[in-house]
Design a protein around this ligand. Structure first.
Ligand code: DAK
Length: 258
């Protein structure tokens, strides 16, 4: 049997997915993305999981879509078959927070996969870039849309038009990543962040994610209304009663994720 392209683990309420195509620097193909989506689907449905962490290895998070697989394709191959399409769309719809823990290369589709997550935690050796232009294509999984939203038009134009790679410090300064951590501590620090989020009430975590994402999809007035409705809705949860009672009683809350 061939080895899984994505390794699956759980640590408490955190599900960890590790891309496992090290010889190809975790290059993405239909099978890899299908395995990520299938595992994410399981975590999304599992009431005992609150947070999903996606990572690679020390050399590469993912160096992009598999160039060898794509090189001879024509328009109808990518369009008719919706190459990497359906599963990628599914990942965008996941309601639980996803954290990308990035060491090494996150290029092309790899950078887009990291940006599709809700937070990027970067190891000091991380390298980000959208080098598709050197291959005669452009980013196709959200790079031209998410990168300017993350770092602004000027920087996004620079990276996408010149194919320049940036290091973790630059990515941090540009606002692409949430934190930069020592490379050897990437998973330890990421798991700390993930466990912290997982210790919160899941409905409020999911509504916070949903509300923040709304900021990118709506006007300010609509976004504020969306936030207000979610805020009101959380007063219907047991966890809101527990969280506020615990504060008043000077104890830790015992959330039931309801
Ligand atoms: N695809 C396939 N194989 C790759 C790969 C990739 N993207 N990146 C690396 N590899 C393979 C190399 O071919 C090599 O394999 P062997 O020769 O050992 O068999 C192995 O990984 C190690 O790579 P290197 O020998 O090149 O390692 P170096 O340390 O020297 O260089 C590097 C590392 C990351 C700088 C270099 O490998 C590199 O430039 N890689 C390509 C990066 C890149 O151009 N990425 C963008 C790919 S295009 C779509 C939407 C989106 C996309 C596609 C479709 N649709 C809507 C349909 C996305 C497109 C992309 O991501």
């Amino acid at each position: 049997m061939s080895e899984s392209l994505v390794l699956i683990e759980t640590h408490g309420r955190v599900g960890v997915l590790t891309l496992n195509r090290p010889k190809a620097l975790n290059a993405l193909n239909n099978d890899v993305v299908a395995e990520i989506a299938a595992a994410a689907r399981q975590f999304e449905a599992d009431p005992d999981i609150s947070v999903i962490v996606l990572t690679g290895n020390e050399k590469a998070f993912a160096a992009g879509a598999d160039i060898g697989a794509m090189k001879d394709w024509g328009f109808s191959d990518v369009y008719n078959n919706d190459y990497l399409g359906g599963d990628w769309q599914y990942l965008r719809q996941i309601r639980k927070p996803m954290i990308a823990a990035v060491a090494g290369y996150a290029l092309g589709g790899g950078c887009e996969l990291a940006m599709l997550c809700d937070m990027i935690i970067a190891a000091e050796n991380a390298r980000f870039g959208q080098p598709e232009i050197k291959l005669g294509i452009i980013p196709g999984y959200g790079g031209t849309q998410r990168l300017p939203r993350a770092i602004g038009k000027a920087k996004a134009m620079d990276l996408i038009l010149t194919a320049r790679m940036i290091n973790a410090t630059e990515a941090d300064a540009m606002g692409l990543v949430s934190r930069v951590v020592p490379t050897e501590k990437l998973m330890e620090e990421t798991m700390d962040v993930a466990q912290t989020i997982a210790s919160m009430s899941l409905p409020s975590v999911m509504m916070a994610k949903e509300s923040i994402n709304r900021a990118y999809e709506s006007s300010l007035a609509e976004g504020l209304m969306f936030e207000r409705r979610n805020f009101h809705g959380l007063f219907a949860t047991e966890d809101q009663k527990e969280g506020m009672s615990a504060f008043v009683e000077k104890r830790q809350p015992d959330f039931k994720h309801k």
